[in-house]
Design a protein around this ligand. Sequence first.
Ligand code: SF4
Length: 268
Amino acid sequence: MSSITQISWTDQTDNIIRAKVGGWWCHKKSEGCANCFAEKLNQNSFFGGNKQPYSGQPPELVLDTEAIRKWGFQRKPKKHFVSSMTDVFGEWVPRFWQHEMLDGMFVAPNQIFQILTKRPEIMLSSMDEWLSCHGLDKLPLNIWPGTSIENRRTLEERSQFLSKIPALIRFWSVEPLLEDLGDITHYLNDVQLVIIGGESGPNSRPCHIEWLESIVQQCQQSKTPVFVKQLGANAKLEGQRFKTRDKKGGNIEEFPEYLQVREFPFDA
Ligand code: SF4
């Protein structure tokens, strides 16, 4: 199922894994999942949710093979954020589903697929297996593997697995940024796009604009494309609340000038 999205770093979301009864499912993994937007949407039957929490045992799931097949027939090039409502590389997802998804991406070279996971160790082993089945040594340029990073712990842990995936474009989604990441320069050698943002929605945890600024500066110094998605709903500057009219702090015109940066690798 494809949807138009408000996520500024993509053109559409393709939720190819869904619950058979409707809605979606995922399993919370780390601090970044605490206020999971997808789980909140899934609690609401008005939006097609099944009200099951993102914990416990998965409901029966289905892979939308028809949506995958259609990728190969799309003429207009677009960026697809694949499965924004779950983690395609969750432990509960059959490996052959992941490979079917990659097969569909492989035959749609004019579409860009952004696949984001909090489980890059599974992504690495699944992609390695898929590459060797196809006699390839690298993912094609249109498949962008990415990992979520929310704090220093996940930076350390997840970036090492992502960096081992043989891809031309690997990306980080540093959202929600929950603490200052400190010196990230040596990690930047292995990533080709860094997306950053503060948390939005009810009970948003604070995001200090100085943390975002530090990442932007280090990316610019190392010539790594950086994309500032949003300041979040609880942005702080010099310890004080930084209010924006946009409730997610996602209007670039309201960002401090030094954060008005939205870059992509090449002209994607
Ligand atoms: S991995 Fe993503 S979709 Fe799954 S629970 Fe965490 S934030 Fe939600």
